[in-house]
Design a binder for this molecule. Structure first.
Ligand code: CA
Length: 383
């Protein structure tokens, strides 16, 4: 089998209701969808992740200009061989950021082809399904004003619980004082309900404020499952300081890339939970490397998921295959990030239609990623 063509679809659309996270206002949702064709008639789909502030054209250009010429004519089943070929060719100007998103999008499409070729879901090729369903947690609590929104966010917590979510992640990083007011309101709104909370500041603070916030929440009597991105990803010693100062588990890694980036993050004991994003860190191939390394350091892997439906499908296959790090009868299992922000094309792009039943999502069992794309939707939102 040979790769005959690679197409990129940079997608973007304006949001009716722009929202803020700690790093800025999000006005558009974007994605880069990758389509790889073969001479066997099998088509693979992938996605290069675009976070809220990232233009989709960067990763699309990297695929078109740098990666496509490298892999046209190659055997798409050579996933490891092609990953290294793409990485080695771009390492001197890539290694992190949008070039790695580009490699991720291509790699996911290659694994989709492999799954379809062998007639099995990708998780089977990764070694099998440790789980066939995963608990979802609601990611929401975005801001429409900025500060002073605690009452509205408390209502949002009740609404997520009412929809069946038993775990949810609160966006913080709008000033330590405001953050603590929010957490107090969310705690009170969920009083007496069995709900698990996480927080995410998207690296809004330096070490001292990050510790102040963590201690402030511990003093509220809220036992967080994790505290995500307390400081900037480059500040690995800062991660370690925050981790040492708090009893709360620290999570991070959505902005880290490949085996090499994770080596530094893990070997310096920066985190309790590693959060590779499959559309960002280097695709399934890089995730395999990262998972093995994280387990060697006794660190749990819980993927970050904020992309469109293609990336959601890829993340479900990955999550299915992740072994438990600390084995016990009641071991901590990975949970699925279920983004509650508006995303106009995510729901229409594929036939996946991510849904949950009482807060649990089933892992698709069809070959490859297990999805069909709607080409009309691709064209409608194409940049
Ligand atoms: Ca995050």
């Amino acid at each position: 089998m040979k790769i005959t063509d690679i197409k990129t679809y940079p997608l973007s659309t304006k949001l009716e209701q722009p929202f803020a996270f700690s790093q800025g206002w999000v006005y558009n949702r974007s994605a880069v969808i990758v389509e790889i064709s073969t001479d066997a008639g099998i088509t693979g789909w992938g996605e290069a992740f675009c976070q809220g502030l990232q233009p989709p054209q960067i990763a699309a250009a990297a695929i078109e200009s740098a990666l496509k010429p490298l892999i046209i004519g190659a055997n798409p089943l050579d996933t490891e061989v092609l990953w290294h070929k793409m990485y080695h060719q771009t390492r001197d100007y890539g290694g992190k950021g949008a070039v790695m998103s580009a490699i991720s999008g291509v790699d996911i499409a290659l694994w989709d082809i492999a799954g379809k070729h062998f007639g099995v879901p990708i998780a089977q090729l990764l070694g099998g399904m440790t789980r066939t369903r995963v608990q979802a947690y609601a990611t929401g609590f975005y801001r429409i004003k900025g500060q002073g929104e605690a009452p509205r966010l408390a209502e949002e917590a009740q609404a997520h619980f009412g929809r069946g979510f038993r775990a949810m992640k609160v966006k913080l990083g709008f000033g330590v004082e405001d953050d603590i007011v929010v957490m107090k309101a969310v705690r009170d709104a969920l009083a007496g309900k069995a709900a698990t909370l996480m927080i995410d500041t998207n690296h809004a603070y330096g070490v001292a404020e990050a510790i102040q916030l963590g201690k402030g929440i511990e003093q509220l009597g809220v036992r967080l499952r994790w505290y995500e991105e307390p400081v900037a990803q480059e500040h690995i010693t800062g991660y370690r300081e925050v981790r040492k100062a708090l009893a709360t588990p620290i999570a991070g890694g959505e902005n880290e890339y490949s085996l090499f980036g994770y080596r530094d993050f893990l070997s310096q004991e920066a985190t309790d939970i590693a959060q590779p994003d499959i559309g960002h860190c280097g695709g399934f191939t890089a995730c395999k490397h990262i998972i093995a390394l994280a387990h060697a350091y006794g660190v749990q892997v819980n993927p970050h998921v904020w992309g469109s439906a293609v990336q959601q499908a890829a993340s479900l296959q990955l999550i299915a295959a992740i072994p438990v790090t600390h084995h016990s009868l009641f071991a901590s299992e990975p949970v699925l990030e279920f983004d509650q922000s508006s995303h106009p094309f995510r729901t229409d792009l594929t036939d996946l239609g991510l849904t949950h039943q009482d807060g649990w999502v089933s892992i698709p069992q069809k070959p490859g990623l297990g999805i069909e794309l709607d080409r009309k939707v691709l064209e409608k939102y194409r940049v």
